[in-house]
Design a protein around this ligand. Structure first.
Ligand SMILES: [Zn+2]
Length: 184
């Protein structure tokens, strides 16, 4: 029976020769290090990346503490990592403080022995933490509502928010003349 299927590349100069060489190459036994896997380089890279993300998440989930960080970052997110790396050094530092809870917040400063009290510098009522400022502080109700569309949020709700909005809130705190800097 005559083969009537014409190679796609046949009418393009040079491609006919490439097809012929490809057929020749695939008909020969493999020479080189074994084992040999029939997968493309990009496919292999994707599989390695998926494996890395899975292992990172497994390790993250096994961490016994880190309540604040885990709520803010429930899973490893490569896009979020890239977002952070594009920030200015100043924004990176501020945003990292809000994501980890280990910024220049009075509660944290007291824990590490830098501040004598842990009272919020905005409302003077509750303990000043990242969680308090992002979701609870009465002094930021209007700001919070304008950015997130709600006056209060618990920690898990905060963790579901877009990182841009978290950053906007962080910047808004500075606009409230609140530096989070123990030296001020
Ligand atoms: Zn407050």
């Amino acid at each position: 029976m005559e083969n009537t299927v014409e190679p796609v590349h046949s009418r393009v100069e040079g491609n006919e020769k490439a097809d012929k060489l490809a057929r020749f190459g695939s008909s020969k036994p493999f020479i080189g290090s074994e084992p040999v896997f029939g997968t493309s380089l990009s496919g292999a890279k994707q599989q390695i990346k998926s494996w890395m993300i899975q292992k990172t998440n497994e390790r993250w989930n096994k961490e016994p503490q880190l309540r604040h960080s885990k709520a803010m970052l429930p899973i490893f997110n490569p896009k979020l990592s890239k977002y952070f790396l594009r920030l200015s050094r100043s924004s990176f530092k501020k945003l990292t403080g809000f994501y980890t809870g280990h910024g220049n917040f009075k509660k944290h400063l007291k824990t590490i022995g830098i501040s004598e009290d842990d009272q919020c510098r905005l409302c003077n009522v509750d303990k000043e933490t990242a969680e308090h400022l992002l979701g609870e502080c009465d002094s930021l109700v209007v700001t919070r509502y304008s950015i997130f569309g709600r006056p209060y949020m618990d920690l898990n709700e905060i963790g579901e928010q877009n990182v841009n909005n978290i950053l906007t809130t962080t910047i808004a705190c500075w606009k409230h003349r609140f530096s989070f800097d123990h030296r001020s």
